[in-house]
Design a protein around this ligand. Structure first.
Ligand SMILES: NC(=O)c1ccc[n+]([C@@H]2O[C@H](COP(=O)([O-])OP(=O)(O)OC[C@H]3O[C@@H](n4cnc5c(N)ncnc54)[C@H](OP(=O)(O)O)[C@@H]3O)[C@@H](O)[C@H]2O)c1
Length: 263
């Protein structure tokens, strides 16, 4: 059978880059998508030198809806069918609602919500029904817990969670495996590293490394897991979240995140 081809959005950095390397180590051909001038050609070169597979890059701003259509037109014209879609590109923040301008939130919703919906629709439409396909949507624990300074971001991730779970139900009998990744904090960039460093105890223990998250996510996706929550503490937190009353959760979250909420 010919090798699988995976689209990874937001592949130039952070978790997306780790996804690209994890898939490359499994000899899966790659279509890497990110903003122009974000280092995709360099990443593709590195992968081509170190792994035997095909790498295609597509540089585009996914907050522009037409970019999603252009990506699939480009794949069609290149004779490529994608078997895996990883909706990873996302814009996070850690700020009081009033501290960001409306344009920021619009962009966040376009990238975290609209792009994954459009890409998923286009991806499903081009599938070869004979071959098992995989969809991995990157959510967040922020979509499960109501956390101050994560108001719009958390809501976009709740959307991703609902969207993914609903598709799982709708497509139960189709030849596709649909997974939701719900990670806690990931040390993907220096500013997050600095922020995560301030956390203590359980809050600190929820933080994971991108390579580990990518490994667990791809492993879980191929096993057909419906939801992948990297890290034992994070799984426990999600369990507690389903049991504890809202006011107790609010007290715990405020006390555990005190060092970063104050900032
Ligand atoms: N980091 C965490 O703590 C954490 C926790 C839970 C969930 N997540 C989720 O995990 C995913 C990846 O997060 P991350 O921390 O790895 O993010 P990141 O380091 O900021 O990387 C995001 C990637 O998306 C690309 N990107 C940004 N805007 C784009 C646009 N308009 N069009 C196309 N590509 C764009 C970025 O390109 P540039 O390099 O050019 O900016 C980068 O490659 C996100 O969905 C995030 O919500 C992250």
């Amino acid at each position: 059978m010919s090798p699988l081809t995976a689209i990874v959005t937001g592949a130039s950095d952070g978790l997306g880059k780790s996804f690209a390397l994890e898939l490359a180590s499994r000899k899966i051909n790659l279509v890497l998508v990110s903003l122009p001038a974000s280092g995709l050609p360099e990443l593709a070169d590195y992968i081509l030198k170190n792994f035997e597979l095909k790498v295609t890059i597509f540089e585009a701003d996914l907050t522009v809806a037409e970019s999603c259509t252009s990506l699939f037109d480009f794949l069609k014209n290149s004779g490529l069918t994608a078997h895996i879609l990883i909706n990873n590109a996302g814009l996070g923040n850690w700020s009081w609602f009033g501290d960001k301008n409306p344009g920021f939130y619009k962009k966040q919703i376009e990238l975290n919500v609209i792009a994954p919906v459009l890409l998923t629709h286009l991806f499903l439409a081009q599938l070869d029904e004979e071959r098992t396909a995989y969809l991995l949507n990157v959510g967040s624990l922020a979509g499960k817990f109501v956390v101050p300074k994560k108001q719009v971001y958390g809501a976009t991730k709740s959307f991703i969670s609902y969207f993914t779970r609903c598709l799982q139900l709708e497509m139960e009998n189709a030849n596709i495996s649909i997974s939701l990744l719900s990670p806690g904090g990931i040390n993907t960039k220096p500013e997050l590293l600095a922020l995560n460093h301030k956390l203590k105890g359980i809050a600190k223990a929820t933080i994971t490394e991108p390579n580990r998250v990518a490994y667990e996510a791809i492993h879980g996706m191929f096993l057909g897991k419906r939801e992948i929550i990297p890290g034992g503490i994070n799984k426990l937190m999600v369990l507690l979240n389903s049991i504890l009353p809202q006011f107790i959760k609010a007290i715990i979250i405020k006390s555990k995140l005190k060092p970063v909420i104050k900032m």
